[in-house]
Design a protein around this ligand. Structure first.
Ligand code: MV4
Length: 445
């Protein structure tokens, strides 16, 4: 099952990241691009490039027909979906299989099972992974929901089974609030996912978002690569991620890591995946959901473990056994990632597409940039606003923070607005410096 040619069904920095991994593995690459991405870096860097349609995502990067056609025409034997777009679409993974194309990710059935967050909860609870106290069955109406909420105890959070990332989610702090919250969440879910299946959980106060990277091969071997602390988020968009988390003792890391491996095994998981936990101030942790894709923040894990996650994904998909055992994995030093977005913090973080007229990005020891921007490139308005990731590594958190501050200070991006100065402010905040952060940090800042 040698993979000789990979089609990258994505754009931007992750497409470039995947092209680089393939090139180092002597694997041919095919880029796909929309009409807005003719001059994009991924289009230029790949061995071949195929235009798959007009600028809007639904006509190009989300078009299964166009992407499968491009794969067949170029003779690629595998598709790497990156993140976003079709990466967690079980129908797409199934379509690849039916067309004899290797989907670099888990099986379609596993994607579907974990995509239903309510079912995922039950799978994990059955495997002995701590879940947040909540409903065992799907909830379809507010009256039933209210009884369940009373049993759980307020505050509660109503979530869409097919949700994730904050959509179709509402809190209720008392019974009087419940009906309204349920209806709003369900209506949002119906509009966004065409499905009003809901579940209810106790609403955990002041938690951290801690996620564990796992790798699983097709032979039942599962390992974890430690955690990422992604508590610094704004409107469910992560801004800064780091590994390791200051909130985990070595004992807690081992315990949560084992829980993450149990979770992946219970799901019959294959390839790279992420188990998301909420960590309470008390040290109690709960499974929240599992992501079945490579994630934006994977570089911080790569840097503290020395493992190339994209290469491992490709090796696993081509039927190889994991190159590492759990005891080979050691976390070394501290890595931090800042996402650089084309947005305007002075105007509600509204997107700021346009042409980059001039730019300079930092380098030097312990600095990595994953980006697809270059001087003269145009950021189209159609896609995500993240344009670059700045990642640093140092021996400890304090040195890593100072390195990030220094690197952010060197960034020059002219022609568009970015969040670079805002990131600098976060890195200077006393609570960030002391590590005293939870998911409410940005709001309280
Ligand atoms: C929660 C929660 C508190 N308690 N569930 C946000 C996105 C989605 N993946 C689930 N989310 C949350 N679920 C319970 N039972 C708080 C959040 C949450 C959150 C989680 C991680 C990072 C940032 C967040 C911001 C607001 C709410």
């Amino acid at each position: 099952m040698m993979i000789k040619k990979v089609l990258i069904a994505n754009r931007g920095e992750i497409a470039v990241r995947i092209i680089r991994a393939c090139r180092e593995m002597r694997i041919q690459t095919v880029a796909v691009y929309s009409e807005a991405d003719r001059e994009a870096l991924h289009t230029k860097l790949a061995d071949e490039a195929v235009c798959i349609g007009p600028a809007p995502s639904k006509d190009s990067y989300l078009s299964m027909e166009q992407i499968i056609s491009a794969t067949v025409v170029t003779g690629a034997d595998a598709i790497h979906p990156g993140f976003g777009f079709l990466s967690e679409n079980s129908r797409f993974a199934k379509l690849c299989r039916e067309c004899n194309i290797t989907f670099i990710g888990p099986d379609a059935e596993v994607i579907a099972r974990l995509g239903n967050k309510q079912e995922a909860r039950n799978t994990m609870a059955a495997a002995g992974v701590p879940v947040i106290p909540g409903s065992e069955d799907a909830v379809y109406d507010a009256q039933t929901g209210k009884e369940i909420a009373r049993a759980i105890g307020y505050p509660v959070i109503v979530k869409a089974a097919l949700g994730g990332g904050g959509k179709g989610m509402r809190t209720a702090f008392c019974e009087e609030e419940f009906e309204q919250s349920f209806q709003t969440a369900q209506t949002e879910a119906l509009n966004a996912f065409g499905d009003g299946t809901m579940y209810i959980e106790h609403f955990v106060l002041d938690p951290r978002h801690i996620e564990f990277q796992i790798l699983a091969d097709n032979f039942g071997n599962v390992i974890h690569l430690g955690e990422r602390d992604c508590s610094i988020q704004r409107n469910h968009q992560k801004m800064i991620e780091e590994s390791p988390s200051v909130a985990l003792s070595e004992e807690l890391r081992e315990e949560m890591g084992k829980a993450a491996v149990r979770a992946a095994k219970a799901a019959g998981y294959m390839n790279a995946g992420t188990i998301e936990f909420l960590l309470e101030p008390s040290g109690r942790y709960h499974f929240m959901e599992m992501n079945t894709r490579i994630q934006v923040e994977h570089p911080v894990t790569e840097w503290v473990t020395g493992i190339d996650l994209i290469k491992e994904q490709i090796r696993i998909a081509s039927g190889q056994k994991l190159s590492y055992k759990q005891e080979d994995v050691h976390l070394s030093g501290h890595a931090i990632e800042c996402r650089i977005n084309a947005e305007d913090p002075a105007h509600g973080f509204c997107p700021s597409p346009g042409t980059i007229t001039d730019m300079y990005l930092p380098g030097g020891k312990g600095i990595r940039i994953d980006s697809a921007i270059y001087s003269g490139c145009t950021i189209p308005p159609y896609y995500d606003s993240m344009v670059a990731k700045l990642i640093v590594w140092a021996r400890n958190r304090g040195e890593a923070i100072r390195k990030m501050q220094s690197a952010l200070g060197e960034v020059i991006i002219e022609g568009i607005k970015t969040n670079v100065d805002y990131q600098y402010e976060i890195l200077n905040h006393p609570d960030y410096l002391s590590g005293n952060i939870d998911i409410g940090f940005i709001e309280k800042m």
